[in-house]
Design a protein around this ligand. Sequence first.
Ligand SMILES: Nc1nc2c(c(=O)[nH]1)N[C@H]1C(S)=C(S)[C@@H](COP(=O)(O)O)O[C@H]1N2
Ligand SMILES: [Mo]
Length: 365
Amino acid sequence: MAPDEVPGKRGHTTGDFALSETQLANRNSGQPLEMLRHALTPVGLHYLLIHFDIPYVESAEAWRLDVSGLVERPLNLTIADLKALPQRTLRVTLECAGNGRAVSTPRWQSMPWEHGAVGTAEWTGTPLRYVLEKAGVSSKAVEIAFLGADRGFDSNVEHDYGRSLVPAQAMHEDVLLVWAMNGMPLAPQHGFPLRLVVPGWYGMASVKWLNRIEVLDCKFDGYQQVRTYIFRKDADDPGIPVTRMRVKSLMVPPGIPHWFGRARVVDAGPVTLTGRAWSGGGVGISKVEVGIDGQWQAATLDERAGPYAWTGWRTTWNATPGEHELMCRATDQDGNTQPLEQAWDYAGFGNNAVHRMAVTVRARS
Ligand SMILES: Nc1nc2c(c(=O)[nH]1)N[C@H]1C(S)=C(S)[C@@H](COP(=O)(O)O)O[C@H]1N2
Ligand SMILES: [Mo]
């Protein structure tokens, strides 16, 4: 096969979306931005990112989590075994590292996310560290790999979806082995019956359909760890691994939309603008500014529901008839602010440029 005939071979493009991109968009949905009104995203409207097929899992009873490698006691645990361990529920905002890829030019051919690949859920499970302590991780461990039951090809490389953490990251008490989302068993698309949740990181680390943990004496070289989820300037750049989420905010679109094209129409007068802002690594939001035709005003922030949950914000805009551009821009407690324009990334990862929205304001009749 010539290189351009290799299944899955892809590159950068502009303009119309290819069928291979719209196929992915039909399988992996984003959150409709009006759902940002909800502090807790309803399960069916949380974004989805599924690389291969959703594994068929008939019941949770037959599921086993295998823990092997550099451990004193290899384990083969049922979901019931995990539920017997101490439980925690954490509210976590999860964003896909590719969110915003489709609005960069040129775009990398992959899941064409516009803005919606973010959501917040309450995840219930047991801290991973209890399982690692039960197994007895060797002091010689270099990385711990987490593998899912889903398998497929990317750039012609066949693999199980898998990611790794170094032991210190894996032992963090907030990294959970999760069986419930918003108080209900995980839905098939969210990893039923068991997934990892790594709070504060982009979503790729939170391995779904988790059935194997391997403690390694070397770095994990799985495709999803070393071939992608890397910030790169070009194809030859060794790059920097994608880990924590960058500071970001989004706005609930005001007014009403056109069905086709989603253009917004707003009635003149005072309009409450709302949205949500978040950052990674448990870092809070210190400020959200709303830009109206380039003029920035400070928004009021809600109380944050825990260290990994997004922060709601609101402000009032006196809308006058005509065409306007709205923006929102967050700053986190480490002092990071969203850029006005996105810096180039080869595969479109980590786009946290300010959210811009054009609206038409009409006079009240
Ligand atoms: N096994 C497995 N885990 C996975 C994925 C996957 O395709 N397979 N996708 C990852 C990515 S890239 C993201 S952004 C999150 C999405 O989680 P969600 O679909 O529950 O929102 O799951 C992660 N875990
Ligand atoms: Mo993702």
